[in-house]
Design a protein around this ligand. Sequence first.
Ligand SMILES: *Cc1c(COP(=O)(O)O)cnc(C)c1O
Length: 431
Amino acid sequence: MSNIQQENGELWESLLQLAEEEEDRVHEAFRSIDRTAERNQWKVIEAFKRHKVSDYHFAGSTGYGYNDRGREVLDMVYADVFGAEAALVRPHFASGTHTISCALFGLLRPGDELLYITGKPYDTLHKVIGKPGDGKGSLQDWGVGYNEVALLPDGGLDWAGIEAALTERTKVIGIQRSRGYDWRSSFTVQQIGDMIHRVKSLKPDVQVFVDNCYGEFTELTEPTQVGADLIAGSLIKNPGGGLAETGGYVAGTQKAVEAASYRLTAPGIGGEVGAMLGTMRSMYQGLFLSPHLVGQALKGSVFAAAMFERLGFESKPHWREPRTDLIQAVRFGQADHLIAFVQGIQEAAAVDAHVVPEPWDMPGYENPVIMAAGTFIQGGSLELSADAPIRDPYIAYMQGGLTYAHAKYGVLIALTNLVKKGLVVIKPHIT
Ligand SMILES: *Cc1c(COP(=O)(O)O)cnc(C)c1O
């Protein structure tokens, strides 16, 4: 027994009892997650087989990295798994934001307009979009126009607004699959497919970009299989499988992927250059593990939703809702509850459990953010982590868990923390 379990003997027992009950209640949801993980695992293995992945592909190149076969095959395996013409998977993408930035700068030219149809994009993209004349080389600073159509109060798309916002200049449509830091539903791949179909029937020459962060392998298909021209994601989220140490990917049409590649390196060079150093094995093996780990994390999210709902908090998605990303939002309503929760998640980590996170002004974010990130990969959020901007109504976004047992432990420790601070009351269980 650990210290935490010993110190809170009776409370811990009550929580375990609750957990058992909730696990029984959600077992159908767990089964469905397992089934998706299994199918996606097979899909990844089959792509590896088709491209004859071999030990020598893991070696990694130096210098220019010309003719790095491991890199070329990894791109093909990703393209195959995502049902896309092409992909670019690189450790040189410094983060998800950098990857998305390369994608957008690749697709857009001065005078064009980017239109986000799923409301305000993820916080870190606001500065990529920027303002005209901001002097930072943002999209708008370069003369790319920007517009966004807010979601309707029910979380749906405002099609009247979208039709009105489409102009001659609209060149790229932006769609964000995951809720990010918004209290809305994420969009399933089928919903994204419908959006793409509709927007392309309104304006056939637009290209559709999908921010796929946190979505990979939560469903059986990906947005590239329902008409997205380009998608992007981070390797320290789902597809890196907890092993990739850094990087991002784009996938889509040959032309769109090439456009992004010219932004990552240089026009004319694109994906032909770029030493992979020692990153190859972790990227391959991470992709191999990803479907299973995404399944573990999803079960953790469902468990968290069930537990917090049981204790009277509102969660999104509800445990019963189908999942299309890893993020579980829980609305705490008060800053102290939120902070106690995030600190509890940190306390449950295998790495850095002894540090106590505090809100800070993180670069790229507009409110102070508190983060629990006791992770092997810094900021890796397929690992159990929680983020929360300190703003009303004090919603925590938790995600990840390389094992279900860790995610479950995190929820139990966070609840212990809330109870000990007198913020949540749990009736002792009667044996
Ligand atoms: C994480 C995330 C990003 C940005 O990725 P970083 O790696 O944090 O830069 C963008 N969009 C969404 C939806 C995300 O979840």
